[in-house]
Design a protein around this ligand. Sequence first.
Ligand SMILES: [Ca+2]
Ligand SMILES: [Ca+2]
Length: 385
Amino acid sequence: MVRAMRTTSMLLAVLILAAPLPPARAAAPEWAPASGLATQVIATGLDSPDFATSPPGDARIFVLEQTGTIRIVRDGKLLPHPFLDLRARIASGGERGLLGLAFHPAFARNGVFFVDYTDRKGDTRIDRFRVSRDPDRADSASGTMLLHVPQPYANHNGGMIAFGPDGMLYVGLGDGGSGGDPHGNGQSLGTLLGKLLRIDVDHGTPYAIPADNPFTRTRGARPEIWAYGLRNPWRFSFDRAAPTLVIGDVGQNQWEEIDVADARVGGLNYGWNLREGLHAFRWTLGSNAHPADPVIEYSHRDGCSVTGGYVYRGAALPELRGTYFFSDWCGGWLRSFRWSAGRVSEKRLWSLPSLGRVTSFGEDGAGELLVTTSEGRLLRLVPAR
Ligand SMILES: [Ca+2]
Ligand SMILES: [Ca+2]
C-alpha cells in the first residue's frame, strides 16, 4: 500500500481527494542510478563525528565529535590536540551532544564562532567562543552563553546552526522530543521548539531580533522564529550561490522529507505535527493551516532518519554544481536532485559502496562536500577515477 502510494500518481491523487488535506504534489519519478562519484577518506577513528565545516576560504577542516570536542584536519592530518574540548559541560549519546558549529562570516578577522550542544541538564545551549593566539586552539575561557532552550525530552534537539546569506545566525530546534509532538510545539509560536530561528549576533546582548523577522508583531509569538512546523531539522543549509534554504526534517514513523524555500521568505509553516511529509498526521478537519510541502519525501523502506546536505558549489565536480546531496542515517546511500523554477529534477541514486551511518554533510573552505559517519570517518566526495 505504501509503495503503491509512492509510485502510482493516480491512486495518490484519489487518496488525497478523499482526505481533508491541502493539495499535494504528484509522486515524482524514481531515483535514477548514477555513477562518477567516489569517496576519499580524510580521517578515521573519530569519536562519533557528527559535523564538519571550515571557515570561509580556510584550508583546515573542523570536525565535531558528538562527545564534545572539535578536532582539526590540517594538511590532510588530524591534529592530536582538539581545537576545543567541551566534554566537561556536555551530555552526549543518542541525539545529545556537541551538535553544531558555525564560524562567524568575519571569523578570519574576529575569531568568533558558535557551538550548539546539549548541556549536563539535557538542555540546548548555544555559546559564543573566540580563537586563541594559536589559530589551532580556541580560547576555552572565552565562552559566553548566546541561547538556552530547556528540553523536555532527550530526543529531537535539532543542533544545526548556520549563518545565512544575510549574515544572520539561523538555529534549528526540534519539537523537544518524545513522539508525535505531544505538546504541539511545532505549531505553537509561543515556544522556540520545533522552529528555525533567526537572530542577529552582531548586535544586542546576547543577540538582537532582526526587525524583519516574521512574527515580531504577533501577540504571544517568540520574535526569534523564522519558520515553524518542524519536527527535527537535524541539518539545514544555504546554497552558497543562490538565496535558497534547504532543510532535512526528520520524520516520525513513515516519511522523511526535504524542504526547499526562498531564503528571503520568513514565516513558513513546514507542517509538523499536522503532517508528516505529504501525509496527514494530526491533521484535523477544519484546520486552516497551509503548510509548505516538502519537495522530496521517502518512506522508511528507504531509511529511518534523513541527513540533509548541501547544494554543491565546489570545483572538483563542475558538472554537479547546483546539485543538492543528502543521505539517511540508516540508508547508507547518497542521493541528489536539482531544484530550479520551483521543481525537482535529476533525482539520482549514486552507485557507491555504503557510506555507513551518515550523521552529517559539510562544506570545506572551497565548497567541496564532506561526510561524517557514526563509524568514525570523515569523507570527501570526489570524482571517480
Ligand atoms: Ca529534546
Ligand atoms: Ca513538513
